[in-house]
Each structure stands twice: as structure tokens, then as C-alpha cells.
Design a protein around this ligand. Structure first.
Ligand SMILES: *Cc1c(COP(=O)(O)O)cnc(C)c1O
Length: 402
């Protein structure tokens, strides 16, 4: 059964309108295994769990990835609920003392330190707990960067420390008996779609770290190159060219100094986006001031990604033949439609002016690539509608790429 047939069957089993997140667990595992296996020596893949921290997703990924990247004590606890010994690395701005202490107690493998103040607090807390803490310094590089869609660095943001502070941070770490400075952390970009640009970015990181090793007489053992590998929501057939990326990554990493033992990636979106679907039944159809609207069960309180990114999210229409009413069924054929949800705000739009062959009341709108930053970033209880079902499908034989 493919995903369309699965959705039709789910609809036929239910009397309520369908509204569900579906996860193709086979596709998830296959994709992440392929990614992890293709990495060259010394490279490791951590899963940035803020993209989707549902326990079923974490359980599926824990045996495949090298560890989990977390950004709060809540995420540390979710990671530990899945595995008591999986490596956990802790990044993110604004860590509180309680979070730092909690993370040390949960045996977090490494902290990514975002500021000098945070470094000094980690030192005090580690000393009080008689713990040894491994860290990377997160740096917001000054650029210029080889690529266009910058988000977290190369411009003013709340993330990481300035390059000018690196020297003081290194000396502060060295002065501490409880801190082991292992290297540097960079997460500069989001939704990178170009493999060559990403390789250039990694090469720039290399040059920076080599310069700091030289300037400060330092030898790092780990460099974390962040996440940020993207998903092309506008054209699902033109995704990040992972094979080309690893082909270029291999010689790049072979050229890194041999004492750099670990080159760590921490990807979220690229690992989980493709396995997810959000399926919503069409409740009503109308033409308003000359525009066609398709209203579905659900909306942006379940699925905020299209509003957050200001894009039309890709979807397909899954036809449902069942029609329980005695009157005529309304629909649009070959016309542009705007897909909206059940919220009482004109911002509740998931796709705008997209031409469809046919859509009728009772059909299912199946949004694709909703496995990352979808349910996890949404305001679920606005308007107090029911939550969607969450179905973790083990056997939708092939969810063929479009
Ligand atoms: C969000 C985040 C990631 C993951 O980003 P993706 O774009 O999902 O790969 C990795 N590292 C840090 C520090 C992050 O904040």
C-alpha cells in the first residue's frame, strides 16, 4: 500500500473528518541510514532533536545516529528517556544554571558554549559538582560567507561569541580545572540547498580553526560544523545533492589535521522532513471575492511551518469517493485554490493560489515533507480544536518519491 491508499483507508475507517500526521518509519530509517553510512571517516552525525522530538522518532533514530543534539533540559530528559547512554550534546542560547546542572547530572557528553558568561557559569557549576565538562566554543564568524541564505552567523544574532572573544574564551577554559576545551562549534546557516556552497562553508571553518590553533597554540580534537542542510519545499524533485556533498567532503576531511578526531554534524530538518505527512480532510469549499478557498480539518495550529516560512507548502489531493449527503458535492477543477484551516484568522493559510486538477469536499489534502519543524513548532491549543492523530506507519510499502 502506498501513502495515498493508506490515507484513503484511514478515511474510510473513520466517521470523523480525517486529520493526522503520518510518519513513514521505513523511509525515515532508510534515509538516515543512507546519510550516516555515506559519511567519511572521522565524521559523525548527531540528530538535532528540536526538529521533531516525538519519542517514536527518537527511538527510531537513536540506534542509527551517533548521538542527539539538544537545546534545553527538557530535550535532555527526552533524550535520556530514549537511551540512558546515547551521546548527548547540549547547545542553544540562554542556558540557565539549573539546566547546566541538570545536564551534567544527566551525563551530557559536551556543552556548546554560547558566551563568556556561560563559560564562567559552567566552570563554577562543574567545580561545585566536582565534574569534568567537555566543551566546544560556539563562534559567530564575521564572514563574508560563500553562501547566500545566512541566518545564524555572519551578521548580528543572539548566537555564539564574536571572533574577537575567542582568545579570552580559550584562556578562561584553560584556566579551569573542570573544563576540557575540545574545539569549536559553528552553526551558521539554515536550509542550505547547495552542496558546493556547503563544502565551501566547511572549508572556511577549517581555515578559521587552523588560524586559531596557530594564534593561540591550541590543538583541537573536535569541530562541530552544525546542521542547516536544507529541504527544497518549492521543488521536491530538486533536493540537496547529498551524494555530491559526500563526494566533496571526503577529500576535504582527509585534508584536515590528523589531531581533529571528530568532525560532527548536527542535522535536524534534513533527517526527518521527508518522512512526514499531514493529512487533512476538506470540510468546505467556497469562492470568496473571486478567490477559491479549500477549508480543511486542522490548520496552522497543527502545522505552522508554511506561515513561519511564508511559503505555500507542497501537497497533493487524495480523492475520496465516499459522500454521505443526499445533495450535490462541491468541488473545483483545474483552478487555483488556497488551502486554509479552521482558525478564525486570515493568517491560517497553508498554501496559496495553487492549481489543482480537482478537489472536492471530503477529499484529503496531503501535505508532504512535514516531518521537521511542523507539529513541534505549532501552537496546538489555539481555539481548542482536537489534536491530530499521530500515526507511525511501519509498512506503507513504498512511499514513492514524487
Ligand atoms: C536548529 C539547530 C540545528 C539543526 O538545524 P537544521 O536546520 O534542522 O539542520 C543544529 N544546531 C543548532 C545549534 C541549532 O540551533
Amino acid at each position: 500500500m502506498n501513502i495515498r491508499e493508506t490515507v484513503q483507508q484511514l478515511k474510510n475507517e473513520r466517521s470523523d473528518p480525517l486529520c493526522a500526521y503520518l510518519y513513514d518509519m521505513n523511509r525515515l530509517r532508510d534515509h538516515v541510514e543512507t546519510v550516516v553510512r555515506s559519511l567519511p571517516d572521522r565524521c559523525r552525525m548527531f540528530y538535532a532533536m528540536k526538529a521533531n522530538s516525538e519519542p517514536e522518532i527518537l527511538q527510531a533514530l537513536a540506534p542509527i545516529v551517533d548521538g542527539l543534539e539538544v537545546a534545553s533540559l527538557g530535550e535532555v530528559e527526552k533524550a535520556r528517556a530514549v537511551s540512558t547512554d546515547i551521546p548527548v550534546i547540549f547547545g542553544g542560547p540562554g542556558k540557565t544554571d539549573q539546566e547546566i546542572e541538570g545536564a551534567i547530572r544527566h551525563r551530557v557528553t559536551r556543552f556548546h558554549v554560547e558566551s563568556l558568561h556561560e563559560l564562567r557559569r559552567i566552570e563554577e557549576i562543574a567545580k561545585r559538582l566536582q565534574a569534568n565538562v567537555s566543551i566546544l566554543l560556539r563562534v559567530n564568524l564575521s564572514g563574508p560567507f560563500p553562501s547566500a541564505t545566512l541566518s545564524m552567523a555572519g551578521r548580528p544574532t543572539q548566537f555564539g561569541m564574536n571572533e574577537e572573544e575567542v582568545g579570552e574564551a580559550i584562556r578562561t577554559a584553560w584556566a579551569s580545572a573542570h573544563i576540557c576545551l575540545q574545539g569549536f562549534h559553528f552553526h551558521s546557516i539554515s536550509n542550505q540547498l547547495n552542496a558546493q556552497s556547503h563544502l565551501q562553508l566547511l572549508n572556511m571553518y577549517r581555515e578559521k580553526v587552523e588560524a586559531w590553533e596557530e594564534a593561540y597554540g591550541l590543538k583541537v580534537t573536535a569541530v562541530n560544523v552544525g546542521g542547516g542542510i536544507g529541504v527544497n519545499y518549492q521543488n521536491l524533485d530538486a533536493q540537496f545533492d547529498w551524494p555530491l556533498f559526500v563526494e566533496g567532503l571526503k577529500p576535504l576531511v582527509e585534508g584536515f589535521p590528523s589531531h581533529w578526531r571528530h568532525i560532527d554534524f548536527e542535522c535536524g530538518r534534513y533527517l526527518t522532513a521527508a518522512c512526514g505527512y499531514y493529512a487533512c480532510e476538506v470540510l468546505d469549499i467556497k469562492r470568496n471575492h473571486g478567490k477559491n478557498y479549500v477549508l480543511v480539518r486542522g490548520g496552522t495550529h497543527h502545522f505552522r511551518l508554511p506561515v513561519s516560512w511564508q511559503h505555500s507548502h507542497p501537497f497533493e489531493v487524495v480523492p475520496v469517493e465516499k459522500w454521505p449527503y443526499s445533495f450535490e458535492r462541491k468541488g473545483f477543477e483545474g483552478e487555483p485554490v488556497t488551502i486554509t484551516g479552521q482558525l478564525c484568522t486570515p493568517k491560517d493559510v497553508m498554501a496559496r493560489d495553487i492549481r489543482v486538477d480537482r478537489v472536492r469536499i471530503g477529499d484529503i489534502i496531503l501535505f508532504q515533507y512535514t516531518g521537521a519543524y511542523s507539529w513541534s513548532i505549532s501552537h496546538h491549543d489555539f481555539l481548542s480544536h482536537p489534536h491530530p492523530e499521530h500515526l507511525y506507519l511501519e509498512h506503507p510499502a513504498v512511499c514513492e518519491p514524487r
